[in-house]
Write a protein that binds this ligand. Sequence first.
Ligand SMILES: NC(=O)c1ccc[n+]([C@@H]2O[C@H](COP(=O)([O-])OP(=O)(O)OC[C@H]3O[C@@H](n4cnc5c(N)ncnc54)[C@H](O)[C@@H]3O)[C@@H](O)[C@H]2O)c1
Length: 244
Amino acid sequence: MSGRRTALVTGAARGQGLAVVHRLLDDGYAVVACDVLGDDLATAVAPLDADRVVARTLDVASADGWRDVVGAARERFGRLDGLVSNAGILHRAPLLEEDPAQFERAWRVNAMGLLLGLQACVPLLRDGTAPAVVVTTSNTAMRPFVGHAGYAASKWAARGLAQSAALELAELGIRVNTVLPGAVATPMLPESSIPRISSWVPLGRPGRADEIASVVSFLLSEQASYLAGAEILVDGGQLMRTHL
Ligand SMILES: NC(=O)c1ccc[n+]([C@@H]2O[C@H](COP(=O)([O-])OP(=O)(O)OC[C@H]3O[C@@H](n4cnc5c(N)ncnc54)[C@H](O)[C@@H]3O)[C@@H](O)[C@H]2O)c1
């Protein structure tokens, strides 16, 4: 086993996942960076330290895909100490116009992807050093927003799964905690919505991807050694507003 802490990050080609990759490299980790957008991922990691980053194309909704990336982690670094389940898709539709196929796809990626990731990674994580999992859901897994029923349902499912995992995996010594971002300025957030969001959010702006990454870094670290099942809302105070 190499001496370096190793983490696997999903949705790593851009946005919050890529910010997490940068942050974990700064923290001294080796990283297995995964994304369904293989070309974008290759471009994103090209400037990074090739000794400490391995990039793999992964659809988190594919159990076979998970087997391949965990095999790559084992082969390349011989260990896994952290899993950052960050990949996600935004899906908007009015409730009564919801397309069942789109609803199901959001659930497969945002919720089942977490289940498959846990099932694939835990056998390696349990032998890791101070192993930890961080799950990214959304502040919409605490409060509903109009037009987001399918997305919210998938993120509530992920939140419930993360809570169950926190309980069941604690006895293996694996800490599982959840980050619930509000609006974060990444490709997922339409530019056109930034003025409206800025006027709602008490801190007056959307979050930056690196501001989420610093919370993920903390939750993976020994500084969070007594956190299990915690849910950290990182939304600039958005949910304190009662009139959304
Ligand atoms: N940006 C926001 O305002 C916001 C708010 C709340 C929660 N989130 C959540 O934060 C997480 C990160 O999102 P982001 O803001 O960086 O958005 P993003 O769209 O920039 O990045 C998401 C990444 O996930 C990847 N991805 C999508 N489906 C995948 C799949 N099936 N398998 C593997 N990778 C896949 C995408 O290719 C992309 O690189 C997501 O779970 C998202 O739902 C985002």
